[in-house]
Write a protein that binds this ligand. Structure first.
Ligand SMILES: NC(=O)c1ccc[n+]([C@@H]2O[C@H](COP(=O)([O-])OP(=O)(O)OC[C@H]3O[C@@H](n4cnc5c(N)ncnc54)[C@H](OP(=O)(O)O)[C@@H]3O)[C@@H](O)[C@H]2O)c1
Length: 426
């Protein structure tokens, strides 16, 4: 039986670690907003981080933003530092689930994940770094399974909309879906928008370390998954998409890695048909393409050298062309922003020869509010609430899972629909 402990033998059902970070502060607000959705209509939760003072400030800020003065006094604070294993162990012993918002995960993630496994706390993170996610699967899957602990990575905008979006498309298709391409577009309001420095740092170090990913993947010794239908062709590095009517590039985040891992799990564990996947992101018109090329070439060159990386980290605004900033977006910018991920799938309709050419198509969409700090906290908190409320729908034993592998049989998509992240068929 799955062992998501929901009884009272741990003081907190959720502990938000890194609650004082840019993303963490909004996760705190989202937990406070949805506490009544916990098992039995309530939630016991605490905030954690390395500075009590900062955590007190975050609770005060959340109390003001949500008009819930009780947050100042009723939410407990746990002081824990990634560099102090005993403090992590003490934190994990008190939690049913740790919501880990401390990144870049390549630097800070492993001690927290290890402490979670060793001390029997389930672990949900916001990691969008394939190298970290895959190496944690390689190194901790069996110990997590032994302890019946669920480690579910990439539970933010990276990569729940993509991963659950592919499963939604598969489930809505009348027949056997064989491939999907997703196209992401992001809208900002009159005040514009940007992404916080924390994600920029993760991207800079992730690209610098990119070549190591191939050798890591070889260690899994995976056989290629069987392809049903036509092999999905990869598009070019820049093309005009007739789907979203703008110039488009391959999506550089964790979505392809996460979706592929989910598909492998479903094929190997549940005898499913692989849904091949390609992920793309819209760039806009010619002006944006020129800007992207300029920024991209500079980034690609600088990220290879430590001197270049230091400059990238020091001046995110300059080197990302304003896409990333140390201050992060303002609340007004967040209110004006939204995302849309359109899925174009094809497959064999019911009764068709599965060896022939796919004869059916489907279009679905996942759309919602600002991706990084509005949608991400919603998605992370709903993932946690799904674990707490629907433990019997999770895989039978613990381990390191992608969101799709963990939540395929739960009502996570319905929960997200009810919280402003809409999955629909077009
Ligand atoms: N999946 C997604 O779509 C998504 C969306 C948003 C963010 N993210 C990821 O979330 C992560 C955080 O991003 P962010 O922008 O929120 O970054 P951030 O503002 O820099 O937050 C980092 C957090 O880590 C804490 N921290 C750093 N070193 C620590 C240590 N030794 N011990 C304990 N805590 C420590 C910081 O604590 P202090 O406050 O004390 O400095 C802070 O709370 C990044 O990896 C980012 O890529 C993912």
């Amino acid at each position: 039986m799955p062992s998501v402990v929901t009884s009272t033998n741990r003081p907190y059902q959720l502990v938000i670690f890194g609650a004082s970070g840019f993303t963490g502060q909004f996760v705190v607000e989202e937990v406070a907003r949805t506490a009544s959705e916990g098992p039995n209509g309530s939630l016991k939760w605490a905030v954690a981080g390395r500075s009590r003072q900062k955590l007190e400030k975050i609770l005060e800020q959340a109390a003001g933003a949500l008009s819930k003065p009780e947050l100042r006094t009723e939410v407990d604070i746990i002081v824990a530092d990634v560099g102090e294993p005993d403090s992590l162990a003490a934190m994990c012993k008190q939690a049913v689930i740790v919501l880990n918002c401390v990144g870049p995960y390549r630097f800070y993630g492993e001690p927290v994940l290890k402490a979670s496994v060793e001390n029997g706390a389930h672990h949900i993170d916001l990691c969008g770094e394939p190298q970290f996610l895959e190496s944690m699967q390689l190194n901790y899957d069996s110990s997590a399974a032994d302890k019946n602990v669920y480690i579910i990575g990439s539970c933010g905008f990276d990569s729940i909309p993509a991963d659950m979006g592919v499963l939604f498309t598969r489930d809505q298709f009348k027949g056997t879906l064989t491939s999907v391409e997703s196209f992401l577009t992001v809208e900002t309001g009159p005040d514009g928008g940007c992404i916080h420095d924390g994600t920029w740092q993760s991207a800079v170090y992730g690209f610098a370390d990119g070549p190591k990913l191939q050798s890591l993947r070889r260690k899994f010794n995976h056989k290629p998954l069987p392809v049903v239908g036509s092999k999905l062709k990869r598009r070019g590095s820049l093309f005009y998409s007739n789907e979203i009517l703008q110039y488009t590039v391959p999506f550089m985040g964790s979505d392809p890695s996460v979706v592929k891992r989910t598909q492998r799990y479903l094929v190997e564990q549940q005898d499913a048909t692989q849904v091949q996947y390609g992920a793309y992101a819209g760039v806009g018109g010619v002006g944006n393409v020129i800007k992207l090329m300029f920024v991209g070439i500079m980034f690609w060159f600088m990220v290879k050298f430590s001197f270049g990386r230091n400059l990238l980290i020091k001046y995110p605004e300059i080197f990302s062309g304003g896409v990333f900033s140390k201050a992060g977006p303002t609340r007004k910018q967040m209110e004006g922003s939204s995302f849309k991920m359109a899925f174009y799938g094809e497959g064999h309709t019911e009764g068709q020869d599965p060896h022939g050419k796919p004869n059916g198509k489907i279009r679905t969409v996942v759309q919602g509010p600002e991706a990084g700090y509005v949608a991400t906290p919603i998605v992370m908190v709903q993932a946690a609430l799904t674990m707490l409320n629907e433990s019997s729908a999770l895989p039978k034993k613990g381990g390191v899972y992608t969101p799709g592998a963990a939540f395929a049989k739960t009502t996570l998509i319905n929960r997200l629909n009810n919280h402003g992240i809409q999955f629909s068929v077009l």
